[in-house]
Design a protein around this ligand. Structure first.
Ligand SMILES: O=C(O)CCC(=O)C(=O)O
Length: 345
């Protein structure tokens, strides 16, 4: 089948007036039919990503909806309004459209921006020194206990499980991830001021967008079966060089001990990843190496603590060998122009 040349430009809009949205819709529909020339649109990946996050939709549900329903553009816009409980308000619309134009006109920027001054910082000089050395840091009490409890309850409720009844944890077909996106308490946590400030400090800019990501509920292992999700160490970023600066994050919604499936990462690996990659033989795929031998550590925390890590660190969850699930919300704040590598390695 011949690949289709995209005819819709980023500047064409519909009722909502959101730049690039019509092109995004068109790309996904061509993709379903196997008619999208991926190479010609690779450079737009960061734009698609930011637009979907900025609209408060995330990157899981919109492609799913488009793939399954193949709607007209008007129907897609209607679905967006329903999902987010209204059209984007004027200030957001303006910010989104400014972002699209900037993305199309300006090359990516190098982060972190070192000379930026963040008002009322939340990470201390010691925290920042720890971050520099290890590539991760824990922001204590990022979210209050009540908001954690409410978010945890929303997740239990969504999964139809009872936190007090372990039998209910294993009844359905839940594995690890929780695809609950637009819940008000999850949105509230995404907007938590201390979390925003921490990301601002690390990126060196206040012009950040928040992801609308999944959550997870990591149950204790049962009958020796490992049900702990991404416990294999991995990266979520392309390993094509240069790897741009990037920060990921997770919020503990329940207290998490090391043996309770705590987050794990290899401290300091961001300093040596280039060298490590260079030393691999051509036939050695980096993602298939024995990453456990690199020395991961478990990062524990109380409900409300937020873990930030440099995306060049191999990381993953631990196996839950305790007696209560680990419940986590993933939150990442990022600038639209940090230069996601167009090639996946
Ligand atoms: O949940 C965790 O501890 C790890 C999450 C993870 O591996 C990821 O977000 O890529």
């Amino acid at each position: 089948m011949t690949k289709h040349e995209l005819t819709i430009s980023s500047l064409e809009t519909g009722e909502l007036g959101v730049l690039h949205l019509r092109r995004y819709w068109s790309k996904r529909l061509l993709e379903v039919e196997g008619r999208l020339d991926q190479d010609s649109v690779r450079h737009e990946y960061g734009l698609d990503f930011t637009l979907m996050q900025g609209l408060g939709l995330g990157i899981v549900e919109p492609p799913e909806y488009l793939f399954n329903r193949r709607p007209s553009y008007a129907e897609f816009e209607h679905w967006i309004v329903q999902k987010r409980g209204g059209a984007p308000e004027p200030a957001l619309l303006q910010r989104l459209n400014r972002m699209v134009r900037h993305y199309l006109e300006q090359p990516p920027r190098t982060y972190p921006v070192d000379d930026a001054i963040v008002q009322e910082p939340v990470l201390s000089a010691e925290d920042l020194a720890f971050w520099q050395k290890n590539g991760y840091v824990v922001l204590r009490n990022a979210v209050c206990a009540e908001d954690c409890r409410e978010a945890e309850a929303a997740i239990w409720d969504f999964l139809g499980m009872d936190p007090q009844n372990p039998e209910s944890w294993y009844n359905g077909n839940h594995t690890f991830w929780v695809s609950l996106f637009q819940h008000p308490i999850l949105n509230k946590n995404r907007a938590a001021l201390r979390i925003r400030k921490a990301f601002e400090q690390l990126w060196g800019t206040g012009d950040l967008w928040a992801t609308v990501d999944r959550s997870s509920l990591n149950r204790p292992e049962r009958d020796g079966i490992d049900i702990s999700g991404p416990s294999r160490l991995h990266w979520d970023v392309s390993l094509a060089l240069p790897i741009p600066f990037g920060v990921q994050g997770l919020l503990y919604l329940s207290d998490t001990r090391a043996e309770q499936g705590a987050f794990r990462c290899v401290p300091g690996f961001h300093h040596r990843i280039d060298q490590w990659l260079a030393e691999l033989a051509a036939e050695q795929h980096p993602r298939e190496q024995d990453l456990e031998s690199l020395g991961p550590v478990a990062v524990t925390g109380s409900a409300g603590d937020f873990v930030l890590w440099h995306h060049a660190l191999p990381h993953g969850s631990g196996r839950n060998l305790a007696d209560y699930p680990r419940v986590v919300q993933y939150i990442k704040l990022f600038p639209h122009d940090y230069g996601i590598h167009p090639v996946w390695r």
